[in-house]
Design a protein around this ligand. Structure first.
Ligand code: GDP
Ligand code: IMO
Ligand code: MG
Length: 431
């Protein structure tokens, strides 16, 4: 039995979905523990493409149970839409393979409206959210006025609490000159969709504890990435949840002593979608080439992702923040064809050298990256499945990254396909 946590070590879109799907072969249970349908995870299995936002990526495996934990915020309309999309692809979803935590919070239609209007009003200071109501839903959670999945069991209570939430947000909407939102219509639709969700509801901590007792393998699937973490990321240009490994327990209901391995998912270069500091961002030819070769467009919003070279300072910090045991290094094939590959090995702020990301966004914007240049390789490494088949220069690049981020690379991904994964160590086999 082993419990493995996976987290993104950059700004999201590192290829977590592919790696979670690959690892799910050995997982009995896959648990999402934060975020919501702001995530976009793409899996490619024998040419079939699956795009998931809210459902854990283990769902496509026949014998794997998936669980949406209490730390996730759920848009019930989206949940049903995603279930239907998968059923159209012959994935069977029922209460035996999908569990939704009774204490997960709901994203209401008004949350999405507040999210969009705030962004509109923020102008050039906008965060660049996915517009899915994630922030406002988490605010209502910590504001102790949120609605939870278990509230679908009490109609009167649900309705009166939902009205209070609408009253709360309507004050601000009206003050901003926006249209007042009617809770009644939203309630009717929400209550109806709730009826189709009730069958999946269970206490997540209890289910996880039962799996643990039966010595099952559990995989905790993080969404977003370390530098989108609300405490440890590039605040305020972050998401509204904790994305680092410690959140796995809080967002599902299991303690830290039960965890065996933290796997960091790290892209061989860097991308970011939305606003905020990005020290190695490259707006020139190299950034363009990375974006084109890596098909760097967001799964959720279709926005073009900002691109730049690998930032070892950032990933070293992510390794420390989540006590990462090993790294899955993804999209290495995207570096095919570059004569030179740059790695950021240090930062300079106003002529002072530092080797970590400072907390202040004003300081972060001033960072000038210090680069080391490595030789690229000839030919294509796409689809390689054995380490011996990688060119010498690619092996040197991997070695240098390991040294700089102070963590070993245990998996290397060379294409979007599940099978195109070089395995040096399987986290479920380490104890
Ligand atoms: P996630 O949010 O971390 O799950 O990542 P996304 O799915 O949003 O973005 C990663 C994209 O890269 C997806 O389109 C994947 O299919 C693709 N991908 C994953 N691993 C690799 C790889 O090793 N090589 C290439 N070329 N693409 C990959
Ligand atoms: P996955 O799981 C990349 C970014 C948004 C925005 C910020 C806040 O696919 O890696 P939010 O809607 O969460 O309030 O937006 O966070 N963001 C992501 N960027 N990958 C994601 O998820 C993201 N989820 C949110 O672009 O900058
Ligand atoms: Mg993504």
């Amino acid at each position: 039995m082993s419990n493995v946590i996976i987290v993104g070590t950059q700004w999201g879109d590192e290829g977590k979905g592919k790696i979670v799907d690959w690892l799910s072969e050995k997982a009995d249970l896959v648990v999402r523990f934060q975020g919501g349908h702001n995530a976009g995870h793409t899996l490619v299995i024998d040419g079939n493409v699956f795009k998931l936002s809210l459902l854990p990526s283990g769902i496509v495996r026949e014998n794997t149970v998936v669980l949406i934990g209490n730390g996730v915020v759920i848009d019930p309309f989206h949940l049903i839409k995603e279930i239907k999309q998968l059923e159209e692809k012959n994935i069977n979803i029922n209460p035996d393979n999908l569990i939704v935590s009774d204490s997960a919070f709901l994203i209401l239609p008004i949350h999405q409206i507040v999210d969009e209007i705030r962004e509109k009003n923020n102008g050039s200071k906008k965060i660049g959210t996915t517009g899915r109501g994630i922030g406002p839903a988490y605010e209502d959670k910590v504001g102790r006025r949120g609605l939870r999945i278990c509230d679908f069991l009490n109609k009167d209570e649900f309705e009166s609490n939902m009205k209070k939430i609408y009253d709360f947000h309507n004050i601000w909407l009206c003050a901003m000159g926006e249209e007042k939102q009617d809770y009644q219509d939203a309630f009717n639709k929400l209550w109806n969709i709730g009826k189709t969700i009730i069958k999946f509801i269970q206490p997540s901590w209890l289910i996880i504890n039962n799996f643990k007792t039966s010595k099952a393998n559990i995989l905790f699937e993080g969404a977003q990435g370390t530098f989108l973490d609300v405490d440890h990321g590039t605040y305020p240009y972050v998401t509204s949840s904790n994305t680092i490994a410690s959140q796995a327990g809080i967002g599902s209901g299991i303690g830290p002593t039960a965890m065996n391995y933290a796997l960091g998912i790290t892209k061989a270069y860097t991308t970011r979608v939305g606003s905020g500091p990005f020290p190695t961002e490259d707006n020139g030819d190299d950034g363009n080439k990375l974006g084109t070769r890596g098909h760097e467009f967001g799964t959720v919003t279709g926005r073009q992702r900002r691109c730049g070279w690998f930032d070892a300072i950032l990933v070293k910090q992510a390794v420390a923040l989540s006590s990462i045991n090993g790294i899955a290094f993804t999209k290495l094939d995207v570096l095919d064809g570059f004569k030179e590959i740059k790695i950021c090995v240090g930062y300079e702020i106003e002529s002072k050298k530092i080797d970590y990301l400072p907390s202040s966004s004003v300081q972060q914007e001033k960072i000038k990256p210090i680069y080391e240049v490595m030789k690229g390789w000839k030919g294509s490494i796409a689809g390689i499945q054995n380490i011996e088949d990688l060119p010498y220069e690619a092996k040197l690049y991997i070695q240098r990254v390991e040294e700089l981020v102070q963590c070993k690379i245990i998996l290397i991904s060379t294409s979007p396909e599940r099978a195109d994964t070089i395995v040096l160590e399987n986290p479920f086999d380490v104890n």
